[in-house]
Design a protein around this ligand. Structure first.
Ligand SMILES: [Zn+2]
Length: 102
């Protein structure tokens, strides 16, 4: 991610408004680690937001996608997914081990 893209797509502002896709967010955060200019820009925008934010931003109150996804599932669905994941975690290495030992 470069500055032209960040400027053209208002990435810093959308980052604060939680409007970036997961990929964009990850890319921007990776960029932030090495870029003082963008870090300053985000901090400044954050200060501006919180100073003018007498009313809380509704979008910030929205739970992250992960939480919303989990809340859509019933407990038994969640349990099934976790059980399946655990089974795969055990089964795949075991099968690979058996296959390698032949
Ligand atoms: Zn930058």
């Amino acid at each position: 991610m470069d500055h032209r893209y960040i400027d053209e797509h208002s990435v810093a502002g959308r980052y604060l408004d939680h409007e970036l896709t997961m990929e964009e967010r990850a890319e921007f955060e990776t960029h932030l680690v090495d870029c003082q200019e963008c870090t300053d820009r985000v901090l400044l925008a954050e200060m501006f937001h919180s100073r003018n934010g007498a009313k809380p931003r509704e979008k910030a109150a929205k739970p992250p996608m992960r939480v919303r996804f989990v809340s859509l599932l019933s407990p038994w669905q969640l349990f099934s997914i976790l059980a399946l994941a655990a089974l795969l975690l055990v089964l795949v290495p075991s099968l690979l081990l058996l296959w390698v030992k032949r």
